[in-house]
Design a protein around this ligand. Structure first.
Ligand code: F6R
Length: 593
């Protein structure tokens, strides 16, 4: 949460470079943004800042002087509302230091009272401001790098900061928990919250580890351990991402682009190193309890995994949402297996779950999209999702990529790896045809037009279509802000049927499987109370008021089922005037507990 970006080099347009970086990182939070540059005037250097509440949009930074050092921040508010004053960067009293921050300083009130409010003037309501005043205090005794070092050591919580001093021609960055990637250029270096924002500038990167601090000049990067104070040798990684993958291309929004890429995405997800897939299926077989853990959309994927493993591998697996996992900690032993599932690999609740597994010496496997992310670095085995950068805050291709991978692992566990791979590949082919069918898209747009002013949407599915119903509701809520709820098809008669009235849209998943007869009866129950039934199914059923036809892909139909609802969510967002890539109050990487 929150995006941070820094530049130091021989180019004079540092502020512009940072502004472009922030636009790429805006998915991490868009409550406010701000940039600081060092302004050199007649042998005296000072810091100039521009910061504003709201999204970056078409912001200009003409007020900021030319400079070759800058840092910037895009905020997801935690402490203090989304105002200009609470926007980062924050100054110390002398205005010689500026700091940007990602995370929560859990002991900021303590630190504030130790520092003494009398000696320091606080302007904002943020936890961040205490950091810059602490650095100011430490600068009385130590040079800049050490002052930041001492300060960061005092912060509790998962944090990343960049500090800029007007007098030192360097940026100092430190992290514990929140992600930081350093980009190496020629006579210039970069700092970013993610690697994707660096693709236009360099492919040579360093993932800063937790408990590390780096001092960055235009020609050098020095990394120090925050635990020992000693310098450490950086490990340089070469990114193999293409610029095209991180851009919108011909699409108006990343969300649409990423929905449309899912045919290829699921194929990529199963084009894995077969040894890793075999190792993971062996680990599941040998484990005494395997726990699939994810949050939000990844949590729905984990629930789907429990059906997939049951149907295909006849194997019970446990699933749990990340934020609840530590309450089951007492079940963990050194024979347990945690499978942590995350697009970003930075979700704090997942990293907490990993911490719980570590405490009990359980094995940790991660299924993660962002290579080099915190999760991938703390796992015993990493299976990359390989669906390419996902930029829209709404997760789509990572979701179907996860399902595809779960199917492959379950097939492998059942001794049918080849059959599983073939099945996913043909599902990808069917998806290509579906996504290029204009009639399919137009039908969904028409349904969006019909229901976009509704207050509630209910969605039901049975078996594996139940987690798909949950995910479908999740997508509609995020994109359209319409209240939507997903249920196991048999459940509304126990309660929610009381909420159905004339014309309430009810989406029903009717695959050609063992759930078909029962789910049609459940749809009838809703229709009898006035529900407008939108069926997603390979065959048209009498109960449907609207029908979205999808191909029958047998056991892997769940991958296809979710696609029309992702598209519906997109068109509902457009119809209601929402930004489909940046839903209000949400951020892509949830790095706070
Ligand atoms: C949904 C969405 C969120 C994420 C959740 C977990 O569209 O984007 O619900 O799925 O925050 O994120 P990752 O997968 O990065 O751990």
């Amino acid at each position: 949460m929150c995006g941070i970006f820094g530049y130091i080099g021989n180019k004079k347009e540092a502020a512009n470079i940072v502004l472009e970086g922030l636009k790429t990182l805006e998915y991490r939070g868009y409550d406010s943004w701000g940039i600081a540059v060092v302004n050199e005037k007649f042998n005296k250097a000072e810091i100039s800042i521009k910061k504003k509440a709201g999204k970056i949009g078409n912001a200009t930074i003409k007020e900021l002087p030319q400079s070759n050092i800058a840092l910037g921040h895009t905020r997801w508010a935690t402490h203090g509302s989304a105002t200009d004053i609470n926007a980062h960067p924050h100054f110390d009293c002398s205005k010689n230091i500026a700091v940007i921050h990602n995370g929560i300083v859990e002991n900021y009130l303590d630190l504030k009272s130790k520092l003494g409010e009398i000696n320091h003037k606080y302007i904002s309501e943020t936890d961040t401001e205490v950091i810059v005043h602490l650095i100011e205090d430490n600068l009385k005794q130590f040079p800049f790098r050490e002052a930041v070092f001492k300060t960061f050591k005092n912060l509790l919580g998962r944090n990343a900061i960049i500090a800029l001093s007007a007098n030192d021609k360097s940026l100092v960055v430190a992290k514990n928990g929140s992600p930081i990637v350093l980009g190496l250029g020629r006579s210039e270096n970069y700092i970013s919250s993610d690697a994707a924002a660096l693709i236009p500038y360099t492919k040579k990167i360093i993932f800063l580890e937790d408990e590390q601090l780096a001092e960055i000049t235009k020609d050098d990067i020095e990394i120090y351990s925050l635990l020992t104070g000693k310098q450490v040798k950086p490990k340089i990684t070469i990114l193999d991402w293409k610029l095209k993958e991180a851009q919108k291309g011909p699409y108006q929004h990343f969300l649409l682009k990423e929905i449309m890429e899912q045919d290829d995405g699921i194929k990529q997800a199963v084009s894995q190193n077969v040894d890793d897939i075999n190792t993971l299926s062996r680990l599941i077989k040998r484990s005494f309890g395997s726990y699939f853990v994810g949050c939000g959309t990844a949590g729905h994927a984990c629930r789907a995994a429990s059906y997939i493993f049951s149907i295909i591998a006849k194997r019970h697996i446990n699933f749990c949402v990340g934020s609840e996992f530590s309450y089951f900690e007492d079940f963990l032993t050194d024979k347990s297996l945690l499978i942590a599932v995350s697009q970003s690999g930075e979700t704090a609740d997942i990293l907490e779950a990993v911490g719980a597994a570590r405490r009990h010496k359980s094995k940790i496997v991660s299924l993660v999209n962002v290579i080099g992310s915190s999760l991938s670095r703390v796992s015993d085995l990493v299976i990359p999702l390989r669906v390419g950068p996902e930029k829209s805050v709404l997760s789509t291709k990572a979701f179907t990529g996860k399902l595809a991978l779960f199917y492959l692992i379950a097939y492998t566990l059942a001794g049918k790896y080849e059959e599983g791979k073939k099945q996913i590949m043909s599902t990808g082919d069917a998806l290509s045809l579906l996504l290029s069918d204009n009639k399919f898209i137009e039908n969904i747009k028409m349904i969006a037009d019909r229901i976009y002013q509704m207050q509630d949407i209910y969605i039901i599915g049975r078996g594996i279509s139940y987690p798909i119903a949950l995910e479908a509701a999740h997508k509609i809520k995020e994109a359209s802000y319409i209240h939507a709820e997903g249920f196991a098809g048999g459940e509304p008669k126990h309660c929610e049927i009381s909420l159905i009235s004339e014309g309430t849209p009810c989406i029903v998943f009717v695959p050609n499987d063992e759930t078909k007869t029962a789910i049609i009866s459940n749809a009838m129950e809703l229709k009898s109370r006035g529900g407008m039934i939108i069926g997603i199914s390979p065959t048209k059923e009498l109960v449907f008021d609207e029908w979205i036809e999808v191909p029958d892909m047998g056991i892997t139909s769940s991958i296809i089922e979710v696609i029309p609802v992702q598209l519906l969510a997109y068109y509902l967002a457009l119809r209601r005037g929402n930004d489909p890539d940046k839903p209000r109050n949400l951020a892509k990487s949830v790095t706070v507990k």
